[in-house]
Structures are given as structure tokens and as C-alpha cells.
Design a protein around this ligand. Structure first.
Ligand code: DQA
Length: 148
């Protein structure tokens, strides 16, 4: 299985940015953790991180052109207001797992507004970087079910 992992604005600042909320692991640590988990499960994983909405949309559209099997996405703040990212996700007919490091439902009220949750297969929120690993495990389980 070939998975693309997209991370939105400010997630390149993990470890530096509000560590009491987002943890001490850096973006590099996150990529390493996901890549190691992918290796042990024979998955191919590619990454996009951008602070720009259009770049994230291009990355979502590329999942269609590159025939990616599944998408894991943390659109960060765009989650709460980007109709354009929502529209791009609607193009894809593959499992999409939405991940948030923090528990967005139990923070500021404006974070409860979620433009994408009804366009994704599954949402994992508030589990830190483990959320990405859980997303991969979920995809492995779903794929195995389909294949058997
Ligand atoms: C986030 C939560 C968003 O509300 C916030 O804007 C982020 C990160 C998370 O991973 O917890 O940048 O998506």
C-alpha cells in the first residue's frame, strides 16, 4: 500500500511551537516515526508539508494522478475554514484519515468548526504523533479486510 501524508501550516515547527499542546517531537521526528512504522509493515509512504493552501491542494490532487492508495492528512488551521481543501478531498475516492495532534473538540470554540470531517473516512484527534501511527494501523486493517 502506498500512503501519502500531508501536514499543513506550522506543523514544520513541531517541537518548537507550543510544545505543551503539540509535544516535543519535531517534524523530522514525526517523519522518521511514520517511515519506520511503514518499513515494518511494508508500506510505501511519501510526505508533503506546506504552509500554503495551494501547495496542499496540489498535493491532494496528486494523490489522484499518482494513484495513491490512501491519504493521511492534518490540514492544521485550514481544517477549520478551508472550503478549497474540502473540495479537493472530495475529488479522491480512497480512504482519507484526518489526524490532529491535539484534541480539537476540547480547545477554543473556533476549533470545533471542521470543514473536512464529513469528507474523511475516519478522524483521530488528541493522540499526539501516535495518531499518525494509529491511522496507518487502521489503513492496514481495512486493506487486509478488503483483500481477504
Ligand atoms: C492541529 C489543530 C489545529 O486547530 C491547529 O490549527 C493546528 C494543528 C493539530 O494537529 O492539533 O495547527 O491540526
Amino acid at each position: 500500500m502506498n500512503i501519502h501524508v500531508i501536514n499543513g501550516p506550522n506543523l514544520n515547527m513541531l517541537g518548537i511551537r507550543e510544545p505543551e499542546i503539540y509535544g516535543k517531537e519535531t517534524y523530522r521526528d514525526l517523519v522518521y516515526k511514520i517511515s519506520e512504522h511503514a518499513k515494518t509493515h511494508n508500506l510505501t509512504v511519501t510526505f508533503t508539508q506546506s504552509n500554503h493552501e495551494g501547495v496542499l491542494i496540489d498535493a491532494i490532487q496528486n494523490c489522484y494522478y499518482e494513484k495513491v492508495d490512501a491519504l493521511i492528512i492534518n490540514p492544521a488551521a485550514y481544517t477549520h475554514y478551508s472550503i478549497a481543501i474540502r473540495d479537493a478531498l472530495k475529488i479522491l475516492d480512497i480512504p482519507i484519515i484526518e489526524v490532529h495532534l491535539s484534541d480539537i473538540m476540547n480547545r477554543e470554540p473556533y476549533r470545533k468548526n471542521n470543514m473536512i470531517s464529513d469528507c474523511v473516512t475516519f478522524t483521530i484527534s488528541g493522540k499526539g504523533t501516535e495518531g499518525y501511527i494509529e491511522a496507518m494501523d487502521y489503513l492496514i486493517t481495512v486493506t487486509n479486510k478488503v483483500e481477504t
